[in-house]
Design a protein around this ligand. Structure first.
Ligand code: AGP
Length: 607
């Protein structure tokens, strides 16, 4: 996720901006840059690590005591010097940095191009510099207001102009922004740790607000106008806690970021009628209508996202879908044929096995779609089509927010293909679109059930073996819940379809054996209840994940973790959240290194 930094005060801005950006490195980035005004605007930016930017500044320094800085995590356009922020308008009089996504940037860009605007980057951000310049008539605040009035999406935007030296104007829509209040100097940042060394007093800029920063302080207003009185927040956290946003671990922080991740992954891609626009998915309606098989290949958590994809594609699209572990598929001589679509799923886009399986599918004539979180990753470069999740960098080894974003991307892909084939009619498309738009709220509500999850964690923390069961989509989620628990708690666990239990594993269920049961699928509800009864008859301890209005389950399970009622097709997205929290809390109770579990690496780039 991009990092933002700003400074207005008596000191030299460039070194302070650089230092602040270094403190935001933990957010992940692929390029960095700063702009300083001193009569004119001067920009220095470079792809790669901040050291490259520092070297550039050393050979070509800029003086001035007001400036903005940025670390970029690519979303529109690959990592490069040109795509790095800040971006200016063609005259170089206005400069912006931006975190987030401008949903309508293509139409804005086209309109600007018809008026003669030329662009030097592939970013959505550059259009914002053009818009502000176009709207400027002597009042930067008014120009920014009008410019963002034309932009849709989730973002934090920071703007300076040489015409109003001493002033930085910023707006927030969803993406975070804070103001640090120093003594005769003011800081702006996307996150508190960037400036914690200089001040402990902050103003948090909320959604829909605009802030005007000078060296003497900051004033907050509603984007639509009207002053806002914000109380100063005094921060006691140390630097390490601050990086984790006050959470004890990145894993927990990332679990809590999921409502925003869902919002961002959907942003600009779905209308209320269920039409999906996927910017880098380039196959046409003819291909979507004629494709006869979908292959999904991935490893680990991404494979589990693939299990959800398989269910959705078969259930909604009625297209035969195979989901294969990439490390198996690459050596299995798979029957991949031309006319098929291979969806390779990988958070990092660098997993060696997934790359090999994806390349194999391509050489056999399949069209290759990369579903990945990293813009410009090897997988995205190999693919014909790319569907980026917008989870931002995931730092904890155990994947959580990237997984949820993968599921959202799969629903979008199903809508894109399903509408082209005519198999998803208007009613179904609108139903799914409605359900998807409710998900941020649902995920947020599931996060609010933390106390029950802690109680469940205390119940299973000393177990020797734990089983996860479910049917259909619930089984797919159970698989991921089990992996999450193994990774961070080091407890043995195993997931299986609920109907499989009685074919062997039931022999291992004795008094007190925890059996986590995911039960959101109405069509097979009674069947899952039968499996629960089999467990209860052997004295097993059933912890269910079920809808909040499901009264029946309480008669059978020993404990129920509740999630908001949703369309059954989408229920699994929210059901994953209590399972992620459960894994986290068990690991915490057992005192493990949650963000760096033993023996595991974030990205497995070797076979
Ligand atoms: C997830 O918690 C794991 N760290 C692991 O299973 C991971 O999902 C797998 O290695 C695949 O990684 P990728 O998504 O980057 O390809």
């Amino acid at each position: 996720m991009c990092g933002i930094m700003g400074y207005a005060g008596p000191r030299a801005a460039a070194p302070l901006l650089l230092e602040g950006l270094r403190r935001l490195e933990y957010r992940g980035y692929d390029s960095a840059g700063i702009a300083v005004t001193n009569g004119e605007i001067h920009v220095r930016k470079a792809e790669g690590k901040i050291d490259r930017l520092a070297a550039l500044l050393e050979s070509d320094p800029i003086e001035g005591s007001i400036g903005i800085g940025h670390t970029r995590w690519a979303t529109h356009g690959a990592p490069s010097d040109l795509n790095a922020h800040p971006h200016t308008d063609p005259s170089g009089e206005f400069v912006v940095v931006h975190n987030g996504i401008i949903e309508n940037y293509l139409s804005l860009r086209e309109r600007l191009e018809t008026r003669g605007h030329e662009f030097t980057s592939e970013t959505d951000t550059e259009i914002l510099a053009h818009l502000v310049a176009e709207e400027y008539d002597g009042d930067l605040v008014a120009a920014v207001r009008r410019a963002v009035g034309r932009a849709e999406g989730a973002y934090a935007l920071v703007v300076m102009t040489m015409h109003e030296p001493g002033k930085i104007v910023a707006v927030r829509r969803i993406s975070p922004l804070v103001v640090g209040l120093g003594d005769g100097e003011t800081f702006l940042a996307s996150d508190i740790p960037a400036v914690l060394e200089h001040t402990r007093d902050f103003l948090i800029v909320e959604d829909g607000e605009l802030v005007i920063v000078t060296k003497d302080g900051a004033s907050i207003e509603a984007i639509d106008g009207g002053p806002i009185d914000r109380e100063v927040l005094h921060i006691e956290w140390d630097a390490e806690q601050a990086e984790k946003g006050g959470f004890d671990h990145f894993m927990l922080k990332e679990i809590h970021e999921q409502p925003v991740v869902v919002t961002e992954t959907l942003a600009g891609r779905l209308d209320e009628d269920g039409h999906a626009w996927l910017e880098d998915v380039e196959f046409d309606d003819y291909f979507a209508s004629s494709l006869d098989h979908i292959w999904i290949t991935a490893c680990g958590t991404a494979y589990h996202a693939g299990l959800v994809g398989k269910e959705i594609f078969q259930r909604v699209l009625r297209i035969p879908t195979s989901v294969e572990y990439a490390h198996e598929m690459r050596y299995a001589d798979p029957l991949v044929r031309p006319g098929s679509l291979t969806v390779a799923i990988s958070q990092s886009g660098e997993t060696a096995d997934t790359l090999a399986a994806a390349r194999l599918a391509k050489t056999r004539g399949s069209r290759l779609l990369a579903l990945t979180n990293v813009v410009g990753s090897t997988l995205s470069r190999d693919a014909d089509d790319i569907l980026y999740t917008r989870a931002g960098p995931e730092i904890a080894v155990a994947s959580t927010k990237a997984y949820l974003a993968m599921l959202i991307a799969e629903y979008l892909l199903a809508l894109r293909i399903g509408r082209a084939r005519g198999i998803v009619d208007e009613a179904l498309a609108a139903r799914v679109a409605h359900g998807l738009n409710l998900l941020p709220e649902h995920v947020d509500a599931a996060l609010g059930q933390d106390a029950s999850v802690i109680a469940a964690a205390e119940r299973i923390v000393d177990a020797d073996d734990i089983y996860f069961i479910g049917r259909g989509l619930d089984h797919a989620v159970a698989m991921e819940g089990s992996l999450k628990l193994k990774e961070v708690s080091y407890l043995h666990s195993e997931a299986m379809p609920a109907g499989e239990l009685k074919h062997g594993t039931l022999a291992l269920v004795t008094a007190g054996t925890p059996v986590i049961t995911v039960i959101t699928q109405g069509a097979v509800y009674d069947k899952t209840i039968s499996a629960v009864q089999e467990v209860k008859a052997r004295g097993g301890d059933v912890i269910a994940v079920a809808y909040e209005d499901d009264r029946e389950i309480a008669k059978h399970a020993d404990m129920v973790l509740r999630i908001p009622r949703a369309d059954d097709l989408l229920g699994p997205v929210t059901a994953a959240v209590p399972l992620q929290l459960l894994a986290y809390h068990v690991a915490r109770l057992r005192g493990h290194d949650i963000d760096q579990p033993r023996n595991l690496a974030k990205s497995v780039t070797v076979e």
